[in-house]
Design a protein around this ligand. Structure first.
Ligand SMILES: [Zn+2]
Length: 146
């Protein structure tokens, strides 16, 4: 089965995502490596082939997510679905910490995804800190904890 995604569809996915990783909200604009257009539900798990199942993902999130669909919420101990950018709203499940360096999960889905995709590893916190000094971070419409 072909995983081919046409150039036109990839452009639509990028524009829809405002050029952000739809998981960790890193901006593709400042990355050395272009982001991946990812099947949210992989084809091997019968995910749809169309744009309704595609998301823009940075290399790290794409690799961490792989073909996973669920993860454990450490607070409740329950297995929950991973954040799905086609179904869930980012701002309903995540908020930036007051210093904008970390993503906080607001819900079981948010918390499980923060952990599973390792949203707050030290390397990305360092990048966010430098990017925020020059106004590249956080994305302008994202919620920040007051
Ligand atoms: Zn990401």
């Amino acid at each position: 089965m072909s995983r081919y995604i046409s150039e036109a569809i990839q452009i639509q996915v990028r524009e829809r995502a405002c050029y952000l990783c739809e998981y960790c909200h890193a901006s593709e604009q400042w990355q050395y490596v272009t982001f991946t257009v990812d099947h949210v539900i992989t084809l091997s798990k019968d995910g749809a082939r169309g744009i309704e199942n595609l998301a823009l993902a940075c290399f790290h999130c794409n690799r961490q997510k792989s073909d996973r669909l669920t993860a454990i919420d450490l607070e409740s101990g329950e297995e929950v679905t991973l954040f799905n950018p086609r179904v869930h709203s980012w701002r309903q499940h995540f908020i930036w910490s007051k210093d904008t360096l970390s993503i906080i999960g607001l819900t079981p889905i948010g918390r499980a995804t923060v952990t599973a995709l390792d949203f707050n590893r030290q390397r990305i916190i360092n990048i966010r800190a430098e990017d925020s000094k020059i106004g590249r971070h956080p994305p302008s419409n994202d919620p920040i904890k007051s």
